[in-house]
Every structure is written in structure tokens, then in C-alpha cells.
Design a protein. Structure first.
Length: 307
């Protein structure tokens, strides 16, 4: 039985991660020629091209995209196995790549990471904050925090805690246009759309009744923070997570409406690439974040029950 060319698979994964042969060569500590030969060797064995190569750009072929996740898994599990074989008493060390939504990252994640790094001086973190969805396998991400109902995928997911959402508007807007008492009345209002909440706004009433409204208004964005100035200026109504509008609710700059109606529950999840083995440094951060966000969700009244 011929064994797989594990070296070539690992080098292929590194090229995908670093988006170039030279970047992979520098990261691995080998020559660019060694990287090129390993990729060519793998392509010949598979009988298909993995990259489109031009003088200025390197992009994955369709076959390359479909195999990149397998390659990343091979590399990650090999690295995890080597770490596990080292002295267990050695403190975790190395780089962890993390991605999270922008506001959650700034408000809650970055203080937690500062504490974690203080306790683990051998670990480095590369943090990517974005409200756009990131392909964590293709981007070489070790840990992703996401707030949503998760579709089926090969990623490993861990639910960390519930996230409340609120229908909000400035008191000045509500004084001019009235305070809705039923979700159906939102159709008469300017609704600012947070595009990370897809589809119609759905509600369950105090007696179990259901309602839905499709928001329409002068502004929509994939960043909840981008909607805050317009909401504060009294330009409309928004449906946003508590960690974005909680401060404005506390100060009275925004007012929660339809408080007896519940939106479908959403939660904060921690995602990792597929595979059963993870480096000790990644396991350490997962354990830390799970505890930190569990306490956060349990400790703030606004996060206990969506309303």
C-alpha cells in the first residue's frame, strides 16, 4: 500500500494559507523550489491542477478549493500530534489565529484576550475582526466566534451562550411616529436593516402568537455599529444585538419597543476547523473563552432572555 505524500499535502495547505509559494516557503523554512516541487508532485499524483498560476497571481482551481480543507486538516492534526508528543509540562506556545464580529471583538473579546496573553506569555494571537463571514479553513483560522443559527457544515461548533436582541429607536423618532404595540405596525415605519439578520423580522408574542415583517428603510448595513448614528438621529427603527445597543439603552439614547414580543433566539458560537486533534495552545484558548463568555452571558441581565 502506498502511503499518502503527507509532506506535499502539508505544503499545499501552507500555500493556501499564505496565498503564495514564497510565503509558504518562508513560513515553513524551506526554499521556494521545494514548495513548488511538492505541489507539482501532489498534482501529478492526483492527476489534476490545484492552482491557476500567472506571473502576478496564484488562485485555487475548483479541485484545489475542494481539497484545501482536507489539506488543512492533515496539517493541523499533524501539528497537534507533534505538540501532544512533546513534554506535557511545557507551557503552550505558538500562534493562534482568531476571528470575531467587529463590535463583539472590541467590546468583549479583546479584553479577554489581553488577560489570556498575560497568563500565557508563549502564545501569540493574530486577531481578525470583521462582520463578514470568513472561510476559516481557507483563511487558516484556528478559532472563530459567530452569532447566528449555524448551518450544517463540517466545522466543529460549541455554543457559548445566548445573545439578546432588541427592537430599538430614538425617543425623538417614537415621539414623532408613535410607539408600535404590534410587530405588524413596523410596516408603517422606517426600518434600518442589519443585514447579518437575514430575512423578515420574526416575533413570538406573549400569548404565543407569531408575526413577521420585512424591514424597509433608508439604510442597511452588515455592521450594526454603522446603523447607530442613524438610529440616534431618529431616522428609524432597528433590530440589533444587545452588545451593540446595550449602552444606548442604558443611557436612554435609544428606547426598546415591543418588549413583550420575542425574536427567535440567537447564540454565540465558537467554531474550529474539522478534526479531532487541536494544538494545546488552541485548546487552552477555547477553554478560557468558553468560561469567559459563559460568565458574561450569565452575569448580564440583558443577555439572559431575548426580548
Amino acid at each position: 500500500m502506498r502511503l499518502p505524500d503527507f509532506e506535499a499535502w502539508a505544503i499545499f495547505a501552507s500555500v493556501v494559507e499564505h496565498r503564495s509559494f514564497s510565503g509558504a516557503a518562508e513560513a515553513i523554512g524551506v526554499s521556494k523550489a521545494t514548495v513548488s516541487k511538492a505541489v507539482t508532485r501532489l498534482e501529478l499524483h492526483l492527476g489534476q491542477s490545484l492552482f491557476h498560476r500567472t506571473s502576478r497571481r496564484l488562485t485555487l482551481t475548483e479541485s484545489g478549493r475542494s481539497l484545501a480543507e482536507h489539506a488543512a486538516r492533515i496539517l493541523a492534526e499533524a501539528q497537534a500530534a507533534e505538540e501532544a508528543a512533546h513534554d506535557a509540562a511545557t507551557a503552550p506556545h505558538g500562534l493562534i489565529r482568531v476571528t470575531a464580529p467587529m463590535t463583539l471583538g472590541l467590546v468583549s473579546l479583546t479584553p479577554a484576550l489581553a488577560e489570556f496573553l498575560s497568563d500565557h506569555p508563549g502564545i501569540e494571537i493574530d486577531l481578525h475582526l470583521s462582520d463578514a463571514k470568513v472561510d476559516i479553513v481557507a483563511e487558516g483560522i484556528d478559532i472563530a466566534l459567530r452569532i447566528a443559527d449555524l448551518p450544517d457544515s463540517s466545522l466543529r461548533a460549541r455554543r457559548l451562550g445566548p445573545i439578546a436582541t432588541h427592537i430599538v429607536a430614538a425617543p425623538s423618532y417614537l415621539d414623532r411616529h408613535g410607539r408600535p404595540t404590534h410587530p405588524a405596525q413596523l410596516g408603517e415605519h422606517a426600518c434600518l436593516g442589519y443585514t447579518n439578520v437575514t430575512g423578515p423580522w420574526r416575533f413570538v408574542g406573549p400569548n404565543g402568537g407569531e408575526a413577521a415583517v420585512r424591514p424597509a428603510g433608508p439604510l442597511r448595513s452588515n455592521s450594526g455599529d454603522a446603523l447607530l448614528p442613524a438610529l440616534r438621529a431618529g431616522l428609524g427603527v432597528g433590530l440589533l444585538p444587545d452588545f451593540i445597543v446595550g449602552g444606548d439603552l442604558a443611557t436612554g439614547a435609544l428606547e426598546a419597543i415591543l418588549v413583550d414580543w420575542h425574536t427567535p433566539p440567537i447564540a454565540l458560537h465558537l467554531l474550529t476547523p474539522p478534526g479531532n486533534l487541536r494544538p494545546a495552545r488552541v485548546e487552552a484558548l477555547i477553554t478560557f473563552l468558553a468560561e469567559r463568555f459563559r460568565n458574561l452571558c450569565a452575569g448580564e441581565d440583558r443577555l439572559q432572555t431575548p426580548h
